[in-house]
Design a protein around this ligand. Structure first.
Ligand SMILES: Nc1ncnc2c1ncn2[C@@H]1O[C@H](COP(=O)(O)OP(=O)(O)OP(=O)(O)O)[C@@H](O)[C@H]1O
Ligand SMILES: [Mg+2]
Length: 237
């Protein structure tokens, strides 16, 4: 089933147009990467999907138009976005951050089980559960941002540049966790990245955005060998 179906999506900041008729689809259970250079429109696209920015065109999620659905309601429908720069609450502990991620879940036992499950996946967070998020390393903060988003029980998890400021080995670790979420928990992932080669090793499919337009797309295994696309749009030498 198509989980996310985007057609002719345009978005504006005041009078400035940032997205131009973008169309692409994400199937349920897929791990999709959205690649593009600085200022291409990646964050804008995620914001339109999660409800932080109005759009023209259409976004269908599980067959339902998102046009009139507010951001908080979209979270309730299973759409979670991990913002660029992580957005964890630095003055709260790791455990409190997870709790804050579960505000839309009413069952305490469910929250307890979910915490346990994600502490299992991220053992370093369990070790640091009582530490302030602001004192974690960059990689740990990104893991916390992912775990916090998971606490809302999303179907579609969107993550904006998880690798920002992280060493390649940590980036690899985080992408491997996404792969596990996708494989073992059936989660659908839309991950924005500039780290083209590493990301294409983990994703099923990728789209390339350039100057607000989707300019290429296909199976990650094909794109990884497509030197033309990498050179033209992604700044890979
Ligand atoms: N709040 C805003 N007000 C006005 N213009 C904006 C705003 N946010 C982004 N833009 C513009 O929209 C375009 C797309 O920006 P966006 O943040 O989506 O790019 P990006 O692909 O996420 O880049 P990066 O990799 O640097 O995060 C850019 O030209 C940017 O200057
Ligand atoms: Mg961005």
């Amino acid at each position: 089933m198509t989980l996310l179906d985007i057609k002719d999506l345009s978005a504006f900041y005041g009078k400035t147009q940032a997205l131009f008729d973008c169309s692409f689809a994400v199937e349920e259970g897929e791990f999709v990467a959205l690649l593009g250079s600085n200022g291409a429109g990646k964050t804008t696209l995620l914001r339109a999907i999660s409800g932080l920015l109005p759009f023209k065109g259409s976004i269908f999620y599980a067959g339902r138009s998102l046009e009139w659905i507010a951001a908080q309601k979209r979270l309730g429908l299973g759409i979670a976005q991990i913002p660029q720069g992580r957005g964890t609450f630095s003055e709260f502990t790791v455990d409190e951050n997870l709790q804050l991620g579960a505000t839309i879940i009413s069952s305490r036992s469910q929250i307890r089980q979910d915490k346990e499950r994600w502490y299992e996946t991220f053992p370093r967070l369990r070790e640091r559960r009582d530490q302030l998020a602001g004192n974690l390393s960059g990689g740990e903060q990104q893991m916390l941002a992912v775990a916090r988003a998971l606490m809302s029980r999303p179907k579609l998890l969107m993550c904006d540049e998880p690798s920002l400021g992280l060493a390649p080995s940590i980036t690899q670790e985080i992408l491997a966790i996404f792969k596990t979420l996708h494989r073992d928990h059936g989660m659908t992932l839309l991950v924005v990245e500039q780290n083209v080669d590493i990301t294409l090793q983990y994703a099923d499919k990728a789209f390339v955005i350039e100057a607000g337009q989707i300019v290429a797309g296909g199976a990650a295994s094909d794109l990884i060998n497509n030197e033309d696309i990498k050179k033209s749009y992604l700044g890979v030498a």
